[in-house]
Design a protein around this ligand. Structure first.
Ligand SMILES: Cc1cc2nc3c(=O)[nH]c(=O)nc-3n(C[C@H](O)[C@H](O)[C@H](O)COP(=O)(O)O)c2cc1C
Length: 185
């Protein structure tokens, strides 16, 4: 895959411009999420969102992030908390693929955001227990990640260590290192 594509252009942004995100755009992102594949089409994802124009909600999610994430996530337009439904609707048994499928939906959301010229940054660095409580989740679901979504901000205005992180080359393992031809095993 050469050249620019939303998949390659997406990166975990650190420079956000503190602007509002319209409900229309947010819905466009959730629409991308909902077309993800899922085991038994269970669609075990849930997305809680806090928009910056609702400061009380926004800050309640922001405050649960790790300190290192709060520094830049405070300028996001929305903080989206993904969650997984633990059990299969059809049988009540554990959905082994719940986390996988939440990831599928989240990837769709982030790639659609990139297509729309938005920036995102997923985070696992937050207090999961308190998030569960704050968002009034019951025992059938658990929070997976927080995704900061917004508009590209001014990199030069970031603290030097964050600028350094953003300017560092993006590193990926080679395709050969994680793919295996079964015929060669
Ligand atoms: C589930 C998950 C949790 C992550 N948690 C954090 C986090 O807490 N803080 C952070 O700065 N980045 C976090 N990241 C971003 C990764 O560090 C980033 O995706 C990785 O370094 C690759 O960089 P890229 O997304 O810019 O391609 C997380 C990413 C994922 C998918």
């Amino acid at each position: 895959m050469n050249g620019s594509t939303p998949i390659k252009d997406r990166r975990s942004e650190l420079a956000f411009a503190p602007k509002e995100l319209s409900t229309e755009v947010l819905l466009e992102l959730f629409d991308a999420a909902r077309w993800a594949a899922s085991s038994y089409n269970e669609q075990p994802w849930r997305f809680y969102y806090a928009k910056r124009e609702a400061p009380e909600a926004f800050i309640s999610v922001l405050n649960l992030l790790a300190e290192g994430n709060r520094v830049w996530a405070k300028d996001a337009s929305a903080l989206i908390v993904s969650a997984a439904k633990k059990e299969l609707h059809r049988t009540g048994k554990q959905n082994f693929y719940a986390m996988h499928d939440v990831g599928m939906a989240t990837a769709n959301l982030m790639i659609r955001a990139a297509e729309l010229g938005l920036v995102t940054h997923p985070m696992g660095g937050f207090d999961h227990e308190l998030m569960h409580e704050t968002l009034m989740m019951d025992d059938t679901e658990y929070p997976v990640a927080v995704i900061a979504v917004g508009y590209k901000g001014n990199v030069a205005a970031l603290p030097p260590e964050l600028q350094k992180r953003l300017n560092a080359p993006r590193v990926r393992s080679s395709i050969e290192s994680f793919t295996f031809d079964v015929n060669d095993l």
